[in-house]
Design a protein around this ligand. Structure first.
Ligand code: NDP
Length: 438
């Protein structure tokens, strides 16, 4: 904490993992002697830079840009870019740290990184977003590359932003290479990348429920957020026969007791991706849907069997967890990174709610990004159904890896939190040990 002051989110992420792996550290002198955990906590490189661009009024604007290259023990740095006014070094370090463990769990050759800027794409014209992305890449291009560091999307960075970033990189380097993932399908992107995080999350929830002889059919579900992860989590939940009765965005939440349908989901995608508006427009169209603006009440007050926080960090606290449990919650799986506060997680685990930590449950996105990298290197592309099979297999393998770690380390039954942290740590620590102290 003394070495990294004012980095509350980073401390939170590190503390959670440290608590999980403490017994493993105590049992293995090598990890302690080689300071493997301390080394994992220190980014290999932090790049922070000025991003200047011109708005539509001709005024110069300045933002802070970042790339955190956290760990390259298992492969090139890999992780998303976040464009949001709240972005700072602490948030990106926590995300990069989480990414180290998540990427290890995928079983693919992926190191970890994260980046972005405190730029708010909301309300900006396409031209402004393009000029911002060009300026961001004018600096970042020197630090990334398909064997070095491969950024992707995150909050505020979707296919539009990836396109502008990719175009700028290609122009500067005069080379068409897979330096970013989440690209459009006509220019090096992979089938299923947009769907991968949300679909993977629902696969993981399915495998968790199978362990208690349950499934998602007819389960009442809450999905926070209305962005990339949320939309495709809702889509997959519908495929599984679940009833999604609520979702949210930064303006408030929608409660629709009749549940989502494919048609309603299409409209939600139009509102968020096409019109880039508040979800309140959804309630204007559907009588069964009620919009509640941000205030004292949030969507976690709605009774449900399963909850999928898919918006942002620390969006679900202990009081939300208590209310959810009181209302009959059996499973919570994280689509977002660190959406539950430590007290909320503790409460859920204590009260036997099945808890899927984001490092495991939302790893589907980066996994398909890894597959996009492989396809770019081969210059050949798999079909959608190939990728669907591969994504399901990867999520199943992550789930099995958690179960194996539970047995190996004598953890509580269904303690996915400690299993994910320990299983990933051991893999990274082994690789770092093998590669020597660098
Ligand atoms: P998007 O930008 O597509 O969507 C984010 C959604 O969350 C939007 O509906 C947004 O509301 C809402 N939101 C964001 N910040 C806040 C806030 N402070 N309070 C309330 N609502 C908020 O992002 P993604 O769907 O890509 O990412 C969502 C989460 O999933 C993040 O935690 C991300 O790190 C994580 N994640 C994403 C992956 C991916 O593949 N995209 C992979 C793994 C994890 P509004 O529309 O009003 O802005």
């Amino acid at each position: 904490i003394d070495k990294n002051p004012n980095e509350a989110e980073f401390h939170q992420a590190v503390e959670e993992v440290f608590e999980s792996i403490l017994p493993v550290l105590k049992a293995n002198n090598l990890y302690v002697d080689e300071k493997l955990f301390e080394r994992i906590c220190e980014p290999e490189r932090i790049i922070s830079f000025r991003v200047c661009w011109t708005d539509d009024q001709g005024k110069v604007q300045i933002n802070k840009g970042y790339r955190i290259q956290m760990n390259s023990a298992l492969g090139p740095y890999k992780g998303g870019l976040r464009f949001h006014p709240s972005v700072n070094q602490s948030i990106l370090k926590f995300l990069a740290f989480e990414q180290v463990f998540k990427n290890a769990l995928t079983g693919l050759m992926l190191g970890a990184g994260k980046g972005g800027a405190d730029f708010n794409p909301k309300g900006k014209s396409d031209g402004e977003v393009m000029r911002f992305c060009q300026s961001w890449m004018m600096e970042a291009y020197r630090h990334i590359g398909h064997f070095t560091d491969v950024p992707a999307g995150d909050i505020g960075v979707g296919e539009r932003e990836i396109g502008y970033l990719f175009g700028t990189y290609k122009k500067i380097q005069n080379e068409f290479q897979g330096v970013l993932t989440g690209k459009g399908k006509d220019w090096g992107g992979s089938f299923l990348r947009p769907e991968a995080t949300g679909y993977g999350l629902v696969h993981f929830a399915h495998f968790m429920l199978t362990e208690i002889d349950e499934n998602l059919n007819d389960k009442v579900c809450l999905v926070s957020g209305a962005g990339n992860v949320s939309q495709f989590a809702i889509e997959k939940l519908l495929h599984e026969g679940a009833k999604v009765v609520a979702f949210s965005d930064s303006t408030g939440f929608i409660h629709d007791p009749e549940g989502m349908t494919e048609e309603k989901l299409d409209y939600l995608k139009t509102v968020k991706n096409g019109q880039r508006k508040s979800i309140s427009a959804f309630a204007d169209k559907y009588d069964s849907a009620k919009f509640t603006a941000v205030g004292d009440k949030n969507l976690w007050s709605i009774p449900a069997d399963c909850a999928f926080p898919c918006a942002t960090q620390n969006e679900l606290d202990e009081s939300d967890a208590k209310l959810l449990k009181q209302n009959g919650l059996i499973l919570l799986a994280e689509g977002a990174n660190m959406p539950c506060t430590p007290k909320a997680i503790n409460y859920l685990q204590k009260t036997n709610v099945l808890y899927g930590p984001g490092k495991a449950s939302n790893a589907g996105g980066v996994a398909v990004s890894g597959l996009e990298m492989t396809q770019n290197r081969m210059g050949r592309y798999w079909t959608k159904s190939d990728l669907e099979k591969q994504l399901r297999t990867i999520m199943k393998d992550i789930h099995e890896k958690c179960l194996e770690t539970i047995i190996k380390h004598d953890l509580q039954k269904q303690d996915y939190l400690n299993a994910a942290n320990i299983g990933a740590f051991e893999k990274i620590a082994r690789a770092m040990h093998a590669q020597g102290t660098v």
